[in-house]
Design a protein around this ligand. Sequence first.
Ligand code: ADP
Ligand code: ASP
Ligand code: MG
Length: 865
Amino acid sequence: MSRFLPTAGRIPVSGEGHARLKARWERKTGKRSRPVAPPSIHKFGGASLRDAGALAHALSIVESGDRPAVVVVSAFAGVTDALLELAGDLSRGNDAAVRRTAADLQKRYERSASAVVAAGAARQNLLAHVRRAFGELEALPSAPRMLRELSPRSIDHLLAAGEDLAARIFSAGLAARGVRSEYVSALDVIATDGRPGQASPDLASTDRRARARLRPLLSNGAVPVVPGFLGADAEGRVVTLGRGGSDLTATLLGRSLAARSVILWKDVRGFLTADPRVVPDARVIPQLNVREAAELAYYGAKVLHPRALIPAGRARIFVRPFDSSDEPGTEISGRRTLERYPVKALSAIPGQALVTVTGNGMLGVPGIAARTFGALHREGISVSLISQASSEHSICAGIPEAQADAAQKSLLEAFREEVSRREVDGVEVLRGLATISVVGLGMAGTPGIAARVFNALAPAGINVVAIAQGSSELNISFVVEATRSGEAQRRIHDAFQLSKIGGGRASAFAHTDVVLLGFGQVGRTLAGLIVRPSRRAKLRLVGAIDRGGYVFRPSGLSSRDVKDLAALKAGARSVSEKARGVVAGAREAIAALAEHALSRPILVDVTAGKTGPLLEEAVASGFDLVLANKRPLSGPRGQAEKIEHAIREGGRRLRFEATVGAGLPILDTYRKLVESGDRIVKIEGCLSGTLGFLLSEIEAGRPFSRSLREAIGRGYTEPDPRDDLSGADVGRKAVILGRLLGFRGEPEEVAVESLVPAAFRRMPLARFLERLPELDPEWAARLARARSRERRLRYVATVTRPKIRVRLVEVGPGSPFVGLRGTDNQVAFTTLRYRANPLVIQGPGAGLAVTAAGILNDVLELAGG
Ligand code: ADP
Ligand code: ASP
Ligand code: MG
């Protein structure tokens, strides 16, 4: 509606009407606009600003929301990361990369600006800001080397552009919708201690500035838009508040303006019982006490900036789902609810180390603890956990792994005398750890919580390296090896039945994460199909693995990423060479991905390798499987059975349509027949498009040698066409079909007639191709024989439970295969119901597009159910 009410005239809709009316009256009558009703603060995170559609949604949330309102925005999704990467490239002298990133970002901001603001002066003005910001960046590489050494302060300056431009665009977007709005520089409102990269807000000064700058705007009916994450140092230069800092900007403004509510719009359904990327069963907590939330945020719950709740004051804070903006999300406030749950949530800080000061001489000596923490404090190291055995023999502290060396040095320095007197043995450092915190107000006074926590870990053999409980009894923290952190969290989540909290609303809008094993032609085609925007709600391509390593993007690869990967592969390189790619073996890759608690993950095998054992492991780590690779199921029986066993044991699912008929619904038909109570007696099929084509050519009267060359020329054959002619490929398909019917033999027991005479099997390919014409007479004779009996030549697999045969046969008018032409495949099911007249499926059985579509079908089927 505000679209039609260009400026101040908004009619109060709900309860807080009085103050609003008063403000309007004062405005109209020219009186000073003093008291403003408590505003709502809306904060939009990067994920809520991922593209033009999301931006439009954010704008309409504000447009249709209550007034007064203040908006805080972070940079668009991924921008801060990109700018940091750019800073790195800049200092490494990677000028081409700097220009490329800057140009990409500029384009992205320009596109967003044009998407929300119609052509005209306002848009020109915005575009000029964008150009100026990035012009500065692009000029940097030509600066003298010295100037490019980036200090933390200049990095902050660089990063600031991300949120600053986002705020300008947001504000212009509101104005374009007829909502009076003004961009407000963060420097005008957020005062800090000036520490670059990690600035702490100065609350009193921020209160003063924010009120002075924002209240007049609010009382004028305007919606101020403030860039998050940024603040001013004493000289008025920009600094950042630490990663995720726009949450903090929002709560700061909430405090200064005595806001009615602070709404943090996120890409999750609310504050969850655990990080959903680690614990798939995580649930939305309807209400959290502000102390609990602060504890969780401080101890690594990535959903809020660690210090976001310090200035919370009395404002109620809501973590709400951007994609489903009518859902309530989580309320964070002074209330205490859900008392049945002594533990409400858990969180983890990865990348931790433990420093331990030990020594007999520490016994009873006062001040050791104080000196320990003094020494850490001097280095600016934040301590996540402290524990001292009551024997006072040792004292240890959990700290960020990256600061372990500095900590050790500082402690050794602090205790130099004691060490020389042998009162302190030394300072030990243990790396590769994670601190897990279990949080809930109800823990105080409920006995046995710690026991439940550790009992959950013991059966899995997860070793607890250190434990601490604050006297508030709000939090139990403990340290485990980082590699066991995910499992530890899942076990504790189960032990406290957190998946039932508040009715158990699932953490995410169920989607399916797909990982491709193999990124060849078929893999790339498939990847392109999966990342289409229309599928995004349902499927996410999160990773690709090849011989060189893997790439992994928990939030999904974009179509741009897929293009980049395809380009790499086309240049015979590995997906691991993409930005943030990892060089690793396939096993390691699967293990690394499995650590991430993907959402209903599917591994798609589009390799041609012997991947059986790998697939078993993937299944054990929770993956469903879709195979286009025939080998795992058509090799030794023991291997195929192991995979099936793993699938059954793990309650997982397996689809392999593309192994037999590419995109043809052969296995699908098989399943439906069986499910409807039919019994399959025999499956016969022409299962090779290559051989189908060859035989059609020969029947049309062309010599064998010429026909085969034609097939090669059209790309219908394997690199060595003898792989097709030998029947090995058809044999594999036949074994897969046979095993469906209960065939229990080994592949060697399958009688496959090779169309390559023995003498031709071992010679080099070139020689074979040269000598092809020698084979023509025999083919001509075969054809003549068949013709004389009015029959045709077909390469047919005949599959029954006891026996599988693959051979060249003559088929007569009664056979379904008579009419088959070209590269088509055909399969005939003889069943109890279709006995006299078999059920026939026919169509193209090879080719990139149909194969990829066949695989996608399997994937979608698993994703749908
Ligand atoms: P924003 O878009 O506001 O910057 P973030 O990406 O900072 O949002 O925070 C949301 C992310 O935090 C979620 O995608 C989720 O994966 C992660 N997360 C970690 N722990 C939790 C938790 N306990 N509840 C909700 N989300 C969590
Ligand atoms: N854009 C900043 C970051 O990515 C701040 C934020 O998102 O809150 O950390
Ligand atoms: Mg964030």
